[in-house]
Design a protein around this ligand. Structure first.
Ligand code: ADP
Length: 260
């Protein structure tokens, strides 16, 4: 479905982002695998999570390159988008997925924990999106048919709440608002903007899973990737400004979860 599409997935060295990158590659896309993460043994050099995902895609016979930039650094985000354009001629899809957690109850939350979470998610969505939007506008103005796709990552934490995540919830609700506005602004260029809102996976849910003797389906984050790939495909042209509940049937609010 994404044959020949040029896709950036941020924060794609681990978790959900890695699944998105692999799904796009499986569907025939060329993928820029962004992740600022360092090698798992903590040392510098190659062999980072992004490099490992690129190797996985190459082993599948796909095409991918790594980008190690911090998505919340405007210059690095612009360089990442330029990498896709320089290497592969254009950008079709940007999946903003990079994220961090700094869970803490509001009364104990440090200013830095607030700032870091808002910076990585909000500036880290804004900076790559603006670079991509400028690229798409330029092509549209030149008369090209652009099927640009921006897919953001919100969270049930931002839409329903999750104890210990006032910072994360604020950022993820902000991403939902950004999605709705950007969808209106970019529609004239042939660009859709949507978001997916995965469920949270916490120590609390693991406790619940154990209690339910396996009667609760374990939440599989990889299950969201086909939706993200569809939103990135040309087929989803009629869908924009939507925030998709992608909790997979899991609950969104966890009571009694203890954080420091
Ligand atoms: P999840 O389980 O929700 O997918 P992970 O922590 O496994 O979360 O994945 C998030 C990824 O985002 C990590 O690999 C992390 O290195 C990456 N990341 C975090 N902050 C940034 C950033 N500022 N720029 C690029 N990548 C980032």
């Amino acid at each position: 479905m994404c044959e020949g599409r040029v896709v950036i997935v941020t924060g794609a060295g681990n978790g959900i982002g890695r699944h998105h990158a692999l799904e796009f590659a499986r569907q025939g896309a060329t993928v820029v695998v962004n992740d600022r993460g360092v090698r798992r043994d903590g040392s510098g050099g190659s062999g980072t999570p992004a490099d490992e995902v690129v190797a996985e895609i190459a082993a599948m016979g796909g095409q991918a390159v790594a980008d190690h930039g911090d998505v919340s650094d405007v210059a690095a985000a612009e360089e990442m988008v330029a990498t896709a354009i320089d290497r592969f001629g254009r950008l079709d899809v940007l999946v903003n997925n990079a994220g961090i957690l700094r869970d803490r109850t509001l009364v104990n939350m440090a200013e830095e924990e607030w700032d870091d979470v808002l910076r990585v998610h909000l500036k880290g969505t804004f900076a790559p999106s603006r670079a991509a939007a400028r690229h798409w506008r330029r092509r549209a103005k030149a008369g090209e048919r652009v099927a640009g796709r921006l897919v953001n990552t919100s969270s049930s934490s931002g839409l329903l709440g999750n104890i210990g995540q006032s910072n994360y919830g604020a950022a993820k609700a902000g991403i939902a608002g950004f999605t709705i506005v950007a969808a209106m602004e970019l529609a004239p260029y042939g660009v859709t903007v949507n978001a997916v809102a995965p469920g949270a996976r916490t120590r609390m849910t693991e406790g619940l899973m154990a209690e339910a003797d396996g009667d609760l389906d374990p939440y599989d984050p990889a299950a969201i990737s086909p939706l993200v790939a569809w939103l990135g495909s040309e087929r989803s042209a009629g869908v924009t400004g939507q925030v998709f509940d992608a909790r997979g049937g899991t609950i969104g609010v966890y009571e009694g979860w203890r954080v420091g």
